[in-house]
Design a binder for this molecule. Sequence first.
Ligand SMILES: Nc1ncnc2c1ncn2[C@@H]1O[C@H](COP(=O)(O)OP(=O)(O)OP(=O)(O)O)[C@@H](O)[C@H]1O
Ligand SMILES: [Mg+2]
Length: 247
Amino acid sequence: MLSGDIQNNKLRILGKLTASLIHEIRNPLSAIKLNLDLIKMEGNLLSKDVLESVNDSLSATDRIEYMVDSLLSFARVVTHGRENISLNKITLNAVDLLAVKATKYGVQIKHNLDENLIYVYADENKLLQVILNLITNAIESCEENNGGKIVIKTLYKACKDGGKVHWIIEDNGSGISKENQKKIFEDFYTSKENGTGLGLSVCKMLINEQGAEIDFESKLEVGTKFKITFSVNRMRKLYETENSSNR
Ligand SMILES: Nc1ncnc2c1ncn2[C@@H]1O[C@H](COP(=O)(O)OP(=O)(O)OP(=O)(O)O)[C@@H](O)[C@H]1O
Ligand SMILES: [Mg+2]
């Protein structure tokens, strides 16, 4: 089951990659189809052989279009639905899943979890994908740092508008330069030899889908801190909307 979660994460990233690729294929494909249709309309000016080739090409583009559309529906991210879930539990699960990788990089992972915590109304699988991506990045940022350290915190802060739940992950790794900070949430931006550059863009998409926010602070050669914030009021509204229609 644990390795299944990592597998899910890879599949999600692959899904996003596929979706982007499909998007890039569709536009030129429509242009080709349109041009073939135009040529076909001039059928009486064409020899029988040429007309046959045009028809074959049109059938082939139809077939590509069909396959691309099927792949797109397959690649769409599946929703598992929101529930009241424990952030502490997901955190411990993720730390467990990445323990081997952390050891390999000589990185220590600590957590500081709010005892009174704290349920968030969200999709458990999606939050697990997010934290796995963030911890993986944090571990990888410590590669050349002998004393690599990561701290994950959960905390609740009361405030007038109903309170906020924060989920924080902090590392003392390489940090991100001011220039690169502008790019890290972009699709395909990576500074790694084998990176896809989709990890953080997937995180942002999933967090926004949950009605939460993600931001970060970073200093080169000091480290990076990612913070996810859930608004209690917003979650309450989501809960009421999604559960009142079932009554
Ligand atoms: N904690 C961090 N410390 C330093 N740099 C980071 C951190 N998190 C992200 N980055 C930078 O942001 C880039 C984009 O991260 P993202 O997770 O989207 O892709 P990736 O890690 O490069 O590739 P993949 O996630 O597919 O393996 C990284 O290549 C790295 O340069
Ligand atoms: Mg990554």
